[in-house]
Write a protein that binds this ligand. Structure first.
Ligand SMILES: *Cc1c(COP(=O)(O)O)cnc(C)c1O
Length: 454
């Protein structure tokens, strides 16, 4: 399988040509899904005892299958949280694969982990956490949130051994991401949701909620999760007052900045995150707003040792890694995964190549595009802005439209291969939601999308 033959050379050329063409193309074809039966009818069974040949398989991917996907980096993809990995990061993703490095332990991965840690050092510096803080790259925000919350839960058990057999309870707001509830389920923990009708969670609201708990529940409370940029609206909780309260009450504060974390690098909005420097743990997704390819999340801890206590795996065949000579930073010790890809390497290479200023500029552009779009919405008599643009999210209404109208409009633009913009809900009303990430999105793109709402 490993011997170089002519087939392999040809396949390599095909793959490299495809890759270079794809990353040079700023407006890749906006594909759409097909039913599985339909795809099978076109390409046939691809796994056979003899193999169908690399050239053939690649052709099926290039000509059929990739066209049944939506390129998340298309400049008119404003749905969900889009992405816009840099070319440098994508190329280095190939290098990461080609280098076959095991990313769990320093003994095997030292040089690669060094790269990841360089990138992590910059991420940590954006948070303002103390020198002792550090983190590790994960598969995404969900895994980062789980890793942080398990660490918090273990620390709570350590601090309150009398309650160690109780179900743990975490508190968050209605603006929090679905993964928080989902990971609480994985941990078999309960969730107390504070209704943030004020749009963001404040220290006062948190204080009321905590003081209203009965004693048993207060003792079960192991963490508060605040959000640094809600996924739906880009709203940042009042981290300062929330952090002050958590500090006073000795409750673990986790700040989920999976989407918004990139904006920590943007001077124009950095003050909105004040208080984050008091967090016990933070999630940031480089695959969202730091231009990394999928998948790459990050979890950062104020006290890294607590993460190690929670996550370090033990086993006869792993003991060697704890040995002198293998000493160094072992990423496996700080999150839920053992064998791991060096997910931070593409981010490292791209940061090293471009410098952090380029990142600041690209993130500021996303914020600016949201401001520009909001102004255009305000001037349009058919449209109504629901709230000021926040980070890179804009929520607005097409006057007179029902939920079905928004849905039909989404499909129409998508089927035409023009844009992917999806509706959302804000305060019980259907709205259009724009989320900007890609700095190559133009004002003309915004104008053309708004025109489709007439
Ligand atoms: C996207 C997101 C997540 C989940 O991250 P994944 O990388 O999709 O696992 C968690 N929290 C927030 C605030 C998010 O925006």
């Amino acid at each position: 399988m490993h011997t170089i033959d002519m087939d392999l050379v040809e396949m390599t050329l095909d793959v490299m040509k495809y890759t270079i063409d794809r990353i040079s193309n700023i407006t890749p074809e906006l594909g759409a899904p097909k039913k599985e039966e339909e795809l099978l009818r076109i390409v046939g069974e691809t796994i056979t005892p003899e193999g169908i040949g690399g050239e053939n398989a690649f052709q099926l991917f290039r000509d059929v299958l990739v066209k049944a996907t939506v390129p998340i980096d298309h400049p008119r993809h404003l749905a969900f949280v889009p992405a816009a990995p840099t070319r440098a990061a994508i190329m280095f993703d190939l290098v990461t694969s080609a280098s076959s490095i095991h990313g769990a332990y320093w003994m095997e991965g030292a040089g690669g982990i060094f790269c990841e840690n360089q990138a992590m050092k910059w991420l940590v510096s954006l948070t303002g956490l103390p020198e002792t803080a550090f983190g590790v790259f994960t598969s995404g925000g969900t895994a980062a949130n789980l890793s942080a919350l398990v660490t918090a839960r273990e620390e709570w058990r350590e601090q309150k051994p009398d309650f160690a057999r109780e179900r743990a309870l975490l508190m968050t707001s209605t603006g929090a991401h679905s993964s928080i509830k989902s990971m609480a389920k994985v941990m078999d923990a309960d969730v107390y949701l504070i209704d943030s009708d004020e749009e963001y969670l404040s220290g006062d609201q948190l204080k009321d909620a905590v003081h209203n708990l009965n004693e048993a529940d207060r003792n079960r409370l192991f963490a508060v999760v605040a959000t640094g940029g809600t996924t739906n609206a880009g709203i940042i909780d009042d981290l300062q007052s929330v952090a002050d309260f958590c500090e006073q009450e000795k409750i673990w504060l986790h700040v989920d900045c999976a989407y918004g974390g990139g904006a920590l690098a943007a001077d124009s909005v950095r003050h909105l995150f004040n208080g984050i420097e008091k967090a016990d743990s933070i999630t940031i997704d480089p695959h969202k707003w730091l231009f990394s390819p999928y998948d790459c999340g990050a979890v950062i801890y104020k006290d890294l040792e607590l993460a190690k206590k929670a996550h370090s795996q033990k086993g006869a065949y792993l003991e060697i890694f704890k040995d002198e000579g293998a000493q160094g930073f072992n990423p496996a010790d700080y999150q839920i995964q053992l064998t791991r890809r060096l997910r931070g390497m593409p981010l490292w290479f791209s940061l090293a190549m471009h410098g952090t200023n380029k990142y600041k500029e690209a993130i500021e552009r996303g914020i600016e595009l949201a401001q520009i779009a909001a102004e255009k919405v305000k001037k349009d008599p058919n449209l109504e802005l629901m709230r000021p643009a926040s980070l890179s999210v804009v929520l607005f209404k097409r006057k007179g439209w029902t939920a079905e109208d928004y849905r039909d409009w989404t499909y129409k633009n998508h089927n035409a291969g023009f844009a992917l913009v999806t509706p959302s809900i804000w305060k019980d009303e259907s709205v259009v939601r724009f989320c900007f990430i890609n700095p190559d999105t133009t004002e003309k793109d915004i104008d053309e999308i708004l025109e489709t709402l007439h």
